[in-house]
Design a protein around this ligand. Structure first.
Ligand SMILES: [Fe+2]
Length: 226
């Protein structure tokens, strides 16, 4: 049997999707039942994932908002991470990713506007908040050194892996919902997150070697005192 045609936000016809009818995420939310206000209040206390309904469209919208909050938190946090980095390579990588992160925010805003989704600046991605707190703790606990950079790279890669999981899932949802325009934008961001993660792995190799050598020199100094 021929699959029914669906249309994405750009009006592109798509007949390979599993859904019979694509309901724009915002539409599905506005038609939510009268307990919505109560759910929203509960949701604000528990994080974005629990704020709305349970359709695939709701899941897509909630996860978009979640990563939007995450990206905005990163834009605020990354300048401090770049400043705290000991090696120029890591400083440059973090600054470059800050520029990319600003573009990631813009792409998400483009998706919100195309799908008619209202941004809610109050909703906060609690996972990203926690990951950024770990970064802040590294900066507070370690003196500026190659070891601090090794620790910052671990923090940064945990953030990248969270973003890769978030964008990977959003791409799958956009694909199944037949949202071709958002899918293209999300795939571009996913690609940049994966590249950043690989760059951090490369930088870590030199920095971890340097941190190890520094540790050896310090251990040698301590031993020669006895
Ligand atoms: Fe990002």
């Amino acid at each position: 049997m021929e699959k029914p045609h669906t249309s994405d936000i750009n009006g592109t016809t798509n007949n390979n999707k599993k859904t019979n009818q694509v309901v724009p995420p915002s539409q599905s939310i506005t038609s939510a039942n009268s307990s919505k206000d109560t759910k929203d209040k509960v949701g604000k206390a528990q994080g974005i994932q629990s704020t709305k309904g349970h359709s695939l469209e709701d899941l897509f919208e909630n996860n978009l908002k979640d990563i939007y909050s995450g990206e905005k938190q990163l834009v605020a946090a990354l300048p401090k991470v770049a400043e705290a980095a000991y090696s120029e390579d890591l400083q440059d990588a973090v600054r470059e990713h800050l520029e990319q992160t600003r573009r990631h925010v813009e792409r998400l805003e483009k998706i919100f506007s195309r799908l008619g989704i209202e941004k809610n600046e109050e909703e906060k991605c609690l996972a990203m908040e926690g990951l950024i707190k770990e970064c802040t703790r590294t900066i507070e606990e370690f003196d500026e050194s190659p070891v601090r950079d090794s620790a910052l790279i671990i923090n940064a890669q945990k953030i990248e892996h969270y973003e890769i999981a978030a964008y990977g899932s959003l791409c799958e949802l956009a694909d199944v919902l037949g949202l071709t325009g958002p899918l293209n934008l999300l795939e571009r961001t996913l690609d940049e997150e994966e590249t950043t993660d690989r760059n951090l792995t490369d930088i870590a190799k030199d920095i971890n070697d340097e941190a190890f050598d520094q540790g050896e020199r310090e251990r040698g100094k301590t031993a020669s005192q006895y």
